[in-house]
Design a protein around this ligand. Structure first.
Ligand code: MLT
Length: 274
């Protein structure tokens, strides 16, 4: 079977998962988990930058990109179960994991509950708290708005929160690509994911139990998961380092890939090979 390449399919639980898998098969593995409502292509620049030295895998979460929606209600626990099933299907016993925002919620839940499967963690533009009642209400209003006004309107509302103001001058290609990711996500998946995000549990109370090395990255102008959220996690995780990524908002890996990748590479050099 061909190992390295893009857009492979694999059966995981009740769905077919689409994924990219690059780099030497025997190298340490890093699995990248995207944010909402995006897909695996948001990690293209990280895969390209690391693939000479690591086996780098990015997959589409259930209902995103080209992965099936399935017939089960979404939850972060289900996404974690999919991640573990995906690792089993690829025969990956242990991995380094990198999650951005919703991907970070999944990564934190996974590592706190299945610590034996993960050897290092990269948390990007994410947090460990559950939604406040106001945030839950906002998500439910977003569902109503998608039903009334469509997905294009959702994308136009999300973009100014996802990107730093300066990215609208300097990063129009990335903004167009992210807009495309949002408008091509099915409405059913958007509704399901908004419910999953609204119902997720906090992961802050178990942060002190994380024993693997952790890198925390956050865009200096992240409005969705701001620097304070990253600092709060950094204080609670024993073995963590925090770096603020300049010239970026919530999508720091896309807005400043140079700095993001450079921090990632430095961190990876400190992680013991699996
Ligand atoms: C994300 O980027 O995954 C979302 O902004 C997460 C969220 O809405 O909590």
């Amino acid at each position: 079977m061909q190992h390295a390449g893009n857009n492979f399919n694999i059966k995981v639980n009740d769905i077919i998962v689409r994924y990219n898998d690059e780099g030497p098969k025997e190298a340490s593995v890093i699995i990248f988990i995207h944010g909402f409502p995006l897909n695996k292509s948001m990690w293209d620049k990280q895969l390209k930058s690391l693939k000479d030295d690591y086996r780098v895998i990015a997959y589409d979460i259930r209902g995103h990109g080209n992965t099936d929606v399935g017939a089960i209600d979404f939850s972060i626990d289900l996404f974690v179960n999919d991640l573990l099933g995906f690792m089993d299907a690829l025969k990956i016993e242990k991995t380094i994991i990198c999650g951005l925002s919703m991907g970070g919620y999944i990564a934190l839940n996974a590592i706190e509950n299945h610590s034996d499967r993960f050897t290092a963690l990269i948390l990007s533009d994410t947090n460990c708290t559950a939604d406040s009642p106001e945030a839950i209400e906002k998500r439910m209003n977003t569902i109503i708005s998608i039903k009334e006004n469509g997905v294009e309107k959702l994308a136009n509302n999300l973009l100014p929160n996802l990107f730093a103001p300066e990215s609208f001058e300097t990063n129009s290609e990335e903004i167009a690509a992210v807009k495309e990711m949002i408008v091509t996500t099915s409405k059913q998946s958007l509704y399901n994911s908004l419910h999953a995000l609204a119902n997720r549990n906090e992961t802050c109370s178990k942060l002190s139990g994380i024993k693997v090395p952790v890198l925390i990255l956050v865009g200096e102008e992240d409005k969705i998961t701001p620097i304070e959220a990253a600092r709060a996690m950094n204080v609670k995780i024993r073995n963590a380092n925090l770096h603020i990524i300049p010239h970026s908002g919530h999508l720091s890996n896309l807005e400043n890939p140079y700095e993001f990748n450079s921090q990632l590479t430095k961190f990876m050099a400190t992680v013991k090979p699996i």
